[in-house]
Design a protein around this ligand. Sequence first.
Ligand code: SAH
Length: 193
Amino acid sequence: MDLFGKMVWVAGIVAWYLIRYPFERKAKRVRVVAGARSTAERIGLAAGTLGLGVAPAIYVATGFPRAADYAARPWAVVLGTIVYAAALWLFHRSHKDLGRNWSITLEIRDQHRLVSNGIYGLIRHPMYSSFWLMALGQALLLPNWVAGLAGLVGFGVLYFLRVGHEERMMLETFGDEYRAYMARTKRIIPHLH
Ligand code: SAH
């Protein structure tokens, strides 16, 4: 059962990369007009990469840290698979809707347009919702306290360091248009939060 969980996690990461890769290539071609990587932003990105990528990858490849293992539970692996699949769907959806306005970090691009349609009509940060779901899926799939929970902690650091700044940057750029958009949408959970 724990081997199955690990395999699902690996397949998920591969799919994640396949979804993102074309956007990274395209993003390189669009000029950035505002935004610099602050220290908080660097720390957040490092924490997110470590927690969602490096720590679980080390665990899957080597079993480290064994002392933090616990017995895998079938229901958790099944639920984790469903949650991870939902995360990937949302990740794909939000990339499609954001299109050329996507950035790995906080930036305003040339001819940046405020996206408020598609999944962005429901929540302002669907990509971050998808990362929360990935982190939750990881915790369910990997029966190890460190590798399992690393995603929630690592992405939590990135999310809380970033989301306020991002909304301030969007407000500075789009003003009332973003204010009105904020008034009719939630951050990461439709109708709730
Ligand atoms: N927070 C969003 C986007 C993450 S990508 C989400 O979770 O789905 C980060 C980049 O997206 C930033 O450079 C920011 O300028 C841009 N961005 C965020 N919200 C946007 C929106 N509604 N329309 C256009 N660009 C947006």
